[in-house]
Design a protein around this ligand. Structure first.
Ligand code: FAD
Length: 317
């Protein structure tokens, strides 16, 4: 694990306004913040500091990249680090994300590309330098969906607009784009949004830093494993899904439940892990939600503002 940088993160769970926008930039629908903070949001960097600040300083060993794990028998495991050091565990919790080095102890499953990727951009000084995009984005989040592509923007601290431009394309297609050439990459991605309002495409062309490609991977739906003494998974290591606005909350829920269950079974770690594991495995089969609303797949023909509005209206009744 490497120490986290400060600064702007990119995590949103809802709250504030949520706009549904058409390709021409007109606002079809806006869900107002109801003031209850029922779905509070926090930026990724801030969340990491909140969690780290709650731990004793020596709890995290920075600069220890796990290079491999192996079973020693009797519920014990050896964890090897890139610097050549090792530790032996009595309980090994694999909270190491999508490409977990712990998961292979329990499961052969590997993440697969789901067919969509985000191109991530940031626009700084939005209210003075990017007024069109700031206006269409509103005060919270904005989504402009269409079959196979979509633009999502979110207002963040420090007058920043953070955007995810989603495209349903194979990895080969993205590989042909040179993301080290920021301007050429932005031009190529923008070409996919021909006819869209300039204040929407400016979220790609006017970015303050080079666009970053974020391919989406997932573990198979219903990913399960058989109990192996002394080792357990949580978060993306257990149930990686394509981004749906819930992943961070689920990872924290897993962690909280694991802690509570271990505390409740003070003399029986294996019984606690068995109970926890049933809850965690169920999470990889539950339907995805985004901003509290069931999502359409980006590649679906019905990924349109009108279909999304219909869904929101039906779910609010
Ligand atoms: C583009 C994108 C946008 C997303 N947006 C949202 C969103 O808006 N809202 C939301 O809720 N979720 C979002 N998610 C999903 C969310 O990021 C994850 O579900 C969540 O971070 C999972 O938490 P985790 O702790 O399981 O894994 P991670 O957050 O990936 O944490 C794993 C940790 O393990 C460490 N690690 C990994 N490998 C090793 C190793 N070999 N050795 C040592 N340490 C290691 C990493 O450094 C990291 O600190 C998004 C995901 C993507 C890809």
């Amino acid at each position: 694990m490497n120490a986290p940088p400060g600064g702007v993160g990119h995590l949103s769970g809802g709250c504030q306004t949520m706009r549904l926008v058409e390709q021409d930039g007109s606002v079809l629908h806006e869900i107002a913040d109801d003031g209850t903070r029922g779905r509070p949001e926090v930026q990724r960097g801030e969340l990491r500091w909140i969690l780290l600040d709650s731990l004793p300083a020596e709890a995290v060993r920075w600069g220890h990249k796990v290079s491999g794990t192996r079973a020693l028998g009797g519920g014990r495991h050896e964890v090897a680090f890139a610097d050549g050091s090792t530790v032996v565990t009595s309980l090994l919790v694999g909270a190491d994300g999508a490409w977990s080095r712990v998961r292979p102890l329990l499961s052969d499953a590997t993440p697969e590309y789901v067919g969509t990727s985000f191109v991530e951009t940031y626009l700084f000084d939005a209210d003075t330098r990017h007024t069109g995009s700031a206006k269409v984005g509103g005060g919270g989040s904005m989504i402009a969906p269409s079959p196979g592509k979509e633009i999502f923007a979110h207002r963040e601290n420090g007058d920043t607009l953070h955007a995810y431009v989603a495209l349903s394309s194979p990895q080969d297609w993205f590989a042909a784009i040179d993301f080290t050439d920021a301007s050429a990459a932005a031009t190529r991605i923008t070409r996919e949004f021909g006819g869209w309002a300039p204040e929407l495409t400016a979220l790609i062309t006017d970015a303050g830093i080079p666009p970053v490609l974020r391919p989406h991977y997932a573990l198979p739906a219903g990913h399960r494993w058989s109990r192996v003494p002394g080792v357990i998974l949580l978060g993306d290591a257990a149930h990686l899904a394509a981004p749906n606005g819930e992943g961070a909350s689920l990872a924290m829920l897993d962690g909280a439940e694991l802690g509570k269950t271990l505390a409740a079974y003070a003399d029986g770690t294996e019984a606690a892990l068995t109970e926890y594991e049933q809850a965690v495995c169920a999470r990889s089969t539950e339907p995805v939600a985004f901003e509290g609303t069931e999502t359409q797949r980006i590649d679906s023909e019905s990924n349109t503002p009108q279909a999304m509005l219909k869904m929101i209206t039906e779910q609010s009744h």
